[in-house]
Design a binder for this molecule. Structure first.
Ligand SMILES: CC(C)(COP(=O)(O)OP(=O)(O)OC[C@H]1O[C@@H](n2cnc3c(N)ncnc32)[C@H](O)[C@@H]1OP(=O)(O)O)[C@@H](O)C(=O)NCCC(=O)NCCS
Length: 194
């Protein structure tokens, strides 16, 4: 197995060491090439088989993941020995689960989920595809997060709240009520700014 991590920025370099024990490479498009990166074509020529995408912006991540899948690469989930995943939790392909993430049971989590350092996912959460949760954010029980949502650092989502597709929750927000699709909310209690 030869694993490529697509995205060689700050987050990519945080995630890269977690792919221990495998033949691993950082991947970047030619315009972002660095001395230690390969393009997808170079990675394929070198016998690359698996990939993940270390880019926080969910729409970019979705497009990049599709590029890799179209090239024949297979999604690879990245986690750490210090990540807690409760038994009975379902996590779809392509997740990145950083150290000190705790996922309670039973959660259902979609494709290419990012949970950064110290994220808490409470019981009975239902999380869509390409969702990004930033460091130390906390999702309480029975929360629903639809596709392509971005949750900022340290945000708290109260029990039973639904966050609509493509919404953005600002850093430090406390979300008491449902958030409509595409909205950006900030503050305590969280209110829409767009
Ligand atoms: C919510 C967020 C996406 C808004 O960004 P934006 O659309 O560029 O918005 P702006 O910076 O123009 O701010 C718009 C208004 O919201 C306020 N605001 C922005 N973010 C806020 C936040 N997190 N909490 C409270 N108020 C906030 C600004 O003060 C501004 O208020 P004003 O119009 O009264 O001056 C961004 O501020 C944020 O919180 N991002 C999360 C970053 C993060 O956690 N990254 C994780 C990296 S690992």
């Amino acid at each position: 197995m030869k694993i490529g991590l697509y995205g060689a920025g700050g987050f990519g370099r945080e995630v890269f060491p977690l792919i221990g024990g495998h033949d691993r490479h950082l991947l970047a498009d030619a315009k972002y090439a660095q001395p230690d990166t390969l393009t997808i074509d170079q990675f394929l020529d070198a016998g690359g088989t698996h990939f993940n995408v270390a880019v926080g912006d969910s729409k970019h991540r979705q497009a990049m993941a599709q590029r890799c899948i179209d090239a024949g690469l297979i999604p690879f989930t990245i986690t750490s020995p210090r990540t807690y995943i409760a038994p009975g939790t379902f996590i779809a392909e392509g997740a990145i689960l950083m150290p000190f993430v705790a996922i309670s049971t039973p959660a259902r989590i979609g494709r290419f989920f990012h949970a950064n350092f110290s994220v808490v996912v409470g019981h009975d959460n239902n999380i869509g595809d390409f969702v990004t949760v930033s460091p130390a954010a906390q999702l309480m029980g029975n929360v629903t997060i639809e596709d392509n949502v971005f949750i900022g650092t340290g945000a708290i989502i109260l029990p039973g709240v639904r966050i609509g597709a493509g919404a953005v929750v600002g850093a430090g927000a406390v979300v008491l009520k449902d958030v409509q699709a595409g909205q950006t909310v900030v503050g305590v209690p969280a209110k829409s700014i767009k």
